[in-house]
Design a protein around this ligand. Structure first.
Ligand SMILES: N[C@@H](CCC(=O)N[C@@H](CS)C(=O)NCC(=O)O)C(=O)O
Length: 219
């Protein structure tokens, strides 16, 4: 088996896949997409001209989209730890929560990041305002949905938690989870204490100056 992951240690979607690889103890080579790593950059762009990462190469085959990569790992390299339950209805719940974190947390946070990077047709302040509105709605819904659960979809750590960890990590930097959401705050703290996420946070630490809104002095 030869697995190569192209991505960046500070990238939320790269971290989502890294968490899955660490949780399942799957060996892989990491190819960092820093601009000065020209070979890695060229190979990534050759394989995926849409210019998004992470990208997995499995024995020569290109796999993209973080959720698809995690699903692929489960199918092609199953191990004792499952990130998608065997039961189809339970797996659907996991996929729904995974979509929720990507669309309603990661995308919401990205509005502010894109505005700060001048990649959106709104000012930095307006970007932050829009992100805050969207995140407030997402936080409020999650506060109810997570009640009584240890992890996003129940008692087992799944693909949904792989998505939740980096999205809530950066979303809270963008618009802090309010004290009126104690369940969500506790869930984020649980995610940040998980060894797979600790490795990701530490891996991204040297790149915190990349965060265009200014990384807070915590976490
Ligand atoms: N839906 C994609 C999103 C991937 C994505 O947006 N990745 C970011 C890094 S976290 C990226 O490629 N950014 C490059 C850019 O925006 O130019 C996935 O789940 O993999």
């Amino acid at each position: 088996m030869s697995l190569a992951l192209y991505g960046h240690p500070f990238s939320s979607y790269t971290q989502k896949v890294l968490i899955a690889l660490y949780e399942t103890d799957t060996p892989f080579d990491f190819h960092c997409l820093e601009p000065d790593q020209t070979e890695n950059m060229a190979e990534w762009l050759r394989r995926w001209p849409l210019q998004r990462f992470p990208l997995l190469v499995d024995d020569g085959r290109t796999v993209v989209e973080s959720s698809i990569i995690i699903e692929h790992l489960q199918l092609a390299h199953p191990g004792p730890v499952r990130l998608l339950p065997e039961d189809p209805a339970a797996a659907l719940d996991v996929r729904f929560m995974d979509r929720f974190f990507d669309y309603h947390v990661m995308d919401a946070m990205q509005v502010a990041v894109d505005a700060a990077l001048n990649r959106a047709p709104v000012s930095k302040d307006r970007g932050l305002e829009i992100a805050a509105e969207k995140l407030e709605r997402a936080y409020g819904w999650l506060e109810g949905a997570l009640a009584g659960r240890t992890w996003a979809a129940g008692e087992d750590f799944t693909m949904a938690d792989c998505a939740a960890a980096p999205s809530l990590f950066y979303a809270d930097w963008t618009h802090p989870i309010p004290e009126t959401c104690p369940t969500l705050r506790a869930y984020r703290a649980r995610l940040l204490a998980r060894p797979s996420m600790v490795r990701c946070v530490d891996g991204g630490r040297p790149f915190r100056h990349y965060f265009p809104l200014g990384a807070p002095d915590r976490d």
